[in-house]
Write a protein that binds this ligand. Structure first.
Ligand SMILES: [Zn+2]
Length: 186
């Protein structure tokens, strides 16, 4: 890395709402569902518990159950977690919906279109170069080139010319990264 001092600007990617699910409805051709306000269903069967997250088809409103816990011993769940399921805790709904293990188990993908925003302070005119660190507060998969072009208000062509970065510009990521912006690359 250059020894020149950088101005470091923090960017953050955050969700503005919960993403929709890409999930095939069993009753209609729709492939999209929503958690709506977020509801769990907890069913006790003796000493075993089932916990589901309920989602609704966007088209016909049919309710589907996403398996969160399948016949687990009651005692194996921490009391505050169980209380969160029972109270339909919004934070727990989000954590559950966004958990990759839950998505794999229930075979859905997330559609983040229109559900996230970039928090970016204004870029100073001077001095250059500028280092920008990008933090993902939520796991929104996005191509760095798209995010950078959006954040700086420049074209993707200009991004390719002016950005020094250690990861592929055109591969979606949800991992924090940083880049350096220069006037031109010599
Ligand atoms: Zn449906």
């Amino acid at each position: 890395m250059s020894s020149h001092p950088h101005i470091v600007l923090p960017w953050a990617v955050r969700r503005t709402c919960l993403p929709l699910l890409t999930l095939q409805c069993v009753d209609c051709p729709s492939g999209r569902a929503t958690t709506g306000n977020g509801r769990f269903r907890v069913n006790a069967n003796g000493k075993l518990l089932d916990v589901w997250l309920l989602v609704n088809c966007l088209s016909c409103d049919r309710t589907s159950k996403l398996t969160v816990h399948d016949r687990v011993p009651v005692r194996s769940l921490p009391a505050d977690l169980l209380a969160g399921y029972t109270a339909n805790s919004p934070a727990l709904v989000a954590d559950t919906l966004l958990a990759p293990s839950i998505a794999r188990r229930n075979r859905y993908a997330l559609d983040w279109d229109g559900c996230w925003e970039l928090h970016a302070p204004p870029v100073p005119e001077d001095p250059w170069p500028l280092q920008i660190t990008v933090t993902f507060d939520d796991p929104v998969p996005i191509r760095p080139e798209r995010l950078i072009a959006h954040g700086l208000g420049i074209s993707r062509k200009e991004v390719a010319r002016r950005v020094k970065i250690d990861i592929p510009l055109n591969r979606k990521t949800t991992l924090d990264f940083s880049f350096v912006l220069v006037w031109s690359v010599h």
